[in-house]
Ligand binder design. Structure first.
Ligand SMILES: [Zn+2]
Length: 221
């Protein structure tokens, strides 16, 4: 049975590490160091299923997502791409495909992404390391920016459902920057209340600005 730890304790390693994955990590990664690392780190099997999360990842997930109330042992075995919003899936899938194989490059694939809260603009860099012999991946997510939101998202708007809800009842939020599209499709607005708590009927898309960032070469998206 999984027991939810108190705010100050950590999930035990046995709940965060799939059997056999420790030996896959070595010698490229030292488990002890991943455990102490301040960045959110996870490990994937070759088929993209979660095989390891470090305490910083578990902490971050617990602090930031209502959908991760379960113990990490419930996340192990889940496919990482399943938690990525639909419009970004192809991008993340190719990130793993592009991760250099052992001996082919010194640098991992890296990608900067936003994971802001209602009040704080946060940016992370994700580095994807392919493990030797195609045995999986280690992904390190480091915080590179954290500051109150500036004017780049425009004036914060109140959560006015009438302005944003389409005729089929859906509210479209950008998967990346979390701006919300007006029902008349004229613009995307920053609505902090809906970052704090997504309204019922939220669906995920990708705004024009983020689309350019994720799919610069794709004109037919
Ligand atoms: Zn966006």
């Amino acid at each position: 049975m999984n027991v939810r730890p108190s705010a100050t304790s950590e999930w035990p390693l046995a709940q965060r590490l799939a059997e056999g994955f420790a030996s896959v990590l070595s010698p490229n990664f030292v488990l002890e160091q991943l455990e102490k690392h301040p960045a959110s780190i996870f490990g994937l099997l070759p088929d993209g299923r979660l095989a390891y999360v470090n305490p910083a990842w578990a902490r971050f997930a617990r602090e930031n997502g209502a959908h991760v109330a379960d113990a990490p042992s419930a996340w192990l075995g889940q496919r990482y791409l399943d938690v990525i919003a639909e419009p970004l899936k192809p991008f993340y899938a190719q990130l793993f495909e592009r991760a250099p194989k052992e001996g082919t490059a010194m640098h991992p694939v890296s990608h900067v992404y936003e994971c802001s809260t209602a009040d704080i603009f946060r940016q992370f860099v994700m580095k994807v390391y392919a493990l030797p012999k195609d045995e999986g991946f280690v992904v390190i997510n480091s915080l590179i920016a954290s500051r109150p939101h500036d004017a780049s998202k425009g004036e914060p708007q109140p959560p006015n459902t009438a302005l944003y809800q389409s005729t089929d009842g859906l509210i479209l939020q950008c998967s990346h920057c979390r701006m919300v599209r007006r029902a008349d499709k004229t613009r995307w607005d920053w609505v902090p209340a809906w970052v704090e708590q997504m309204p019922a009927g939220t669906s995920h898309g990708i705004c024009d600005v983020c689309f350019e960032y994720y799919y610069p070469d794709d004109e037919n998206w």
